[in-house]
Structures are given as C-alpha cells and as structure tokens.
Design a protein around this ligand. Structure first.
Ligand code: ZN
Length: 451
C-alpha cells in the first residue's frame, strides 16, 4: 500500500501505549498530529483510515547498541561457550575477512530483522576496518536509506592492537590520524541535524582495551567540536575492570572521566559492573546506558543493575548487541528478555512489562539524544510499531499490551518511520528474503572458512 499524501488515521487500536488515544492517532507530515480520545472523531479532514482494531500500537522501538557485521558470525562453533575476551580473540581473525559486499549483506540482514521486530531507529557500532573496508559507514548509510530505517551510525575505531598491549590483532586496527580524519569526513558527509533527521553519526572507539588514551581524548574533543554523540562499551565484565586497573591504574569510569567522556554526549553499552557511587556520577553527568540483556546473559557478563541506575537518575535504553552475542537482532524479544532478567533481579513489584517497553522507547530515545522519538504524542515523529495478536502464542490473552511481552511477540505486522510504512503485512516491501538469506549465508560460510 503506497503511503498516501493525506493524513492517516490509525483507527481504533486494540491497545496503544499512550494515554487519551483510545480511538487512535492521526499522522501527517511525518509527525503525530492528533490523539483521538474515547468517543471522539479526528479533527483532521479527508483522512486515510488504517484499521488498527487487531493491533497493539507502540512507539517505534529504538535499538541503542548493535554490531551489524556480526550477523555473519552467529552461533559460530569456534566462539561459542566462551566469555568476552576469549570470545573476541576467537572472532577477530574471522572479522578481518570482512569485505564491502559482505558488510552490505550483513547490514541488510540486521536492519531487516530489526524493522520486522518493530524497531524504527537503530544505532550501529562498527569498529572493524580491515584493508578494503575503509568506507564501511558509507555502506551502512546506503542500506539504511534503502530500507527507510532511522539510524544513528557510529564511526567506531580500534588502534591498540596486540603489539601495544591491546586485545585485537593488527589486521583490524587503524592509526589515530586515519580514524580522526574519517570520523570528521563521515560527520560532514552524512550527519543530519534537527528532529526529522533520518541519518546521524556518532563517534565510538570500541572499548578501553582496544583504543589508546590519546585516541579516546582526541575523539571526545572532536565530538565536542562537531557536536555529535559519543559511544563505547564500558563496565561489561569483571575482566574489563581488572584490565583497566592493570593498564591505567583505575576503574573504567575513572578512566572514562579522565579521557573527557563523562558528559551528556555519551551513552555506554552494558554498564553491568558500576558501583553505587559510579551510578551517581553517571546520573550527574547525564551519561546514559544501553542495557543488552540477551548479550549479557549469553556471555555470562552479569546483570546490569537497571533499577538502581534508574533510581539514581540514569536513563536506560535497550540494545540487542551484536548478533554474535545474542544471536538475533529482534528488539521486541529483547524487551521480553530485559523484562525477565530484571524481574528476576528486582522482583514482581519493581519491574513490569511497561517498564521494559519504556526502556526500549523513551529510555532508548534518551540514549540516542532524540527526545522527539520514543513516545506517541502530538508533535512527536510518527515512528510506530503495530503488532497483531493473531498467532497461537497469544490465543486466550487478557491485557493486549501485557500479552505482547508476556506471550513473546516476535514480529511486527506494520511499521511506520516518519509517517511512511516500511513494514506491511509482516514484510518489507520489495525485499526478497529468501535471496538475502542465500547470499548472506554464503558470505558467512566463506568468512568463517566453512566452505
Ligand atoms: Zn557490543
């Protein structure tokens, strides 16, 4: 169905995650322009009607951490059943074989999976730049534009290889000058400003164990000068704390602050191992956290203290993390996973399905610095995810919104980004999924040496 030029009334939803919109919302010009309350009709005239009577309507979900290229190394036997550091060491040589064509396939797979799971905005943290893949961010921008997904792509980096006491091999790192020059290039070329932006760029050294102090500091200064966001992994594992103390003589957050990163530009992946005083410092600095529940469980990294962080005033978003440690890119499933993990930690009175949905929407919007996203309200961007409850797993449900999380929704029926439908009837128009799987699987096999 082509997107009409006239206003769209998403009418009479089964349930909707906002107040005062029992009869739905009207979308026009890429924004939500009206909430239609109980017993009301839209004020807007000549509306196109989208019957949502079988749908639960959510603000589009926002993914705050991922490594798209890793869809090529899912469930790889050589890396399975390992903790973070040995897991990375097993995978670096495989990732060194990435090519532009392989990355295009990996990004298409990851973004398609995300869209089909109700995601309307995603970040990506691409930090592997083997020779020949210098234009990785350019490839990601092209795929995002093709699929209509809103993105905050990060220009990642690694420059501390094994030669300098770091973890990655020489084949996947670049030097500081090259990294900073390309960071400035991709911001100048692709970063859009304002609340309608579809493509934004952030800067993202990979982690304290793969980047030099000089690059950490220079990246923060460059982000400040260019007015873009900053991202990295931090406090993911106890190994990392020990490594940081050995290398820098301090804990990861002290190191981050010393490098000029502890501020409102920064959102951090994981944040599993912060203490109470560090949570207060994060809150004061307005640094936010991407909680990656599936990844933390799979790699046995620990359980992020989400409620303690929120009590301290830290914004929490959700991230699926790279497909090598999840191994899927399904954001509505991540909501369920985060809900279950945090409920196990904090109990039934502290964590509800609505909390988990809030992390994936409003919390994630704070992480990516986009307050115009993550909520259904007049003037906000029309980024919406519509789920049908017509599968066996939902049969006999009570509360539709709770059923979405508790019964394990995994696929959106319709997704809208900036007022345009990008998923219809559970599919991405024009995408040949069977052909994509065939080509992506062949690339994965070639990279891992299976063929
Ligand atoms: Zn990650």
């Amino acid at each position: 169905m082509p997107t009409p030029d006239r206003p769209i009334w998403i009418k009479d939803p089964l349930s909707i995650l906002t107040d005062g919109a029992e009869r739905g919302v009207v979308v026009d010009g890429g924004r939500v322009v009206e909430l239609v309350g109980r017993g009301k009709q839209p004020v807007a005239r000549d509306v196109a009607v989208c019957d949502a009577s079988a749908h639960v309507v959510l603000p589009g979900l926002i993914n705050t951490h991922h490594h798209f290229y890793q869809t090529l190394t899912r469930a790889l036997p050589a890396a399975m059943d390992r903790e973070l550091f040995p897991w990375l060491q097993a995978l670096y040589p495989v990732w060194a074989k990435l090519t532009p064509a392989y990355l295009d396939l990996a990004v298409t797979v990851a973004m398609s999976e995300l869209l089909l799971s109700g995601c309307t905005t995603t970040t990506d943290h691409h930090y592997v730049f083997p020779a020949g893949l210098e234009y990785a961010v350019d490839i990601e921008v092209a795929v995002a534009r093709r699929l209509g997904l809103r993105v905050l792509l990060t220009r990642g980096s690694m420059n501390r290889s094994q030669r300098d006491g770091g973890l990655p091999p020489d084949s996947v790192v670049q030097d500081e000058q090259t990294i900073l020059a390309d960071s400035a290039r991709v911001v100048a070329q692709f970063h859009e400003r304002g609340d309608t932006a579809m493509v934004q760029i952030a800067l993202a050294p990979c982690s304290p164990f793969s980047v030099t102090t000089s690059l950490m500091r220079a990246t923060a200064a460059l982000a400040d000068r260019l007015d873009v966001r900053l991202h990295t992994h931090l406090a993911e594992t106890e190994d990392e704390n020990r490594f940081c103390e050995q290398l820098h003589g301090c804990r990861p957050l002290d190191y981050l602050e010393d490098c000029g990163w502890l501020n409102g530009r920064t959102w951090l992946a994981h944040g599993v191992h912060f203490n109470a005083a560090e949570m207060q410092r994060l809150a004061k600095a307005k640094t936010s956290i991407s909680h990656c529940a599936c990844s933390n469980q799979l790699l046995a990294s620990g359980c992020c203290p989400v409620c303690d962080m929120e009590d301290a005033g830290v914004a929490i978003g959700l991230g699926v993390d790279g497909s090598a440690s999840n191994d899927g890119s399904n954001l509505i499933q991540e909501v369920r996973s985060a809900f279950l993990l945090q409920r196990a930690r904090y109990g039934v009175t502290r964590v509800s399905h609505k909390d988990a949905l809030r992390w994936a929407t409003e919390g994630s919007a704070a992480c990516v610095g986009r307050p115009e996203l993550g909520r259904i309200a007049v003037g906000k961007m029309a980024d919406l995810a519509l789920f049908k409850l017509d599968e066996l797993r939902f049969s006999g449900h009570g509360d539709p919104l709770a059923a979405l999380v508790l019964c394990g929704a995994h696929r959106a029926d319709r997704v809208m980004v900036g007022g345009k439908w990008v998923v219809e009837d559970g599919a991405i128009p024009g995408l040949n999924v069977a052909d994509l799987i065939r080509r992506h699987s062949a690339a994965a096999a070639a990279m891992s040496g299976i063929i």
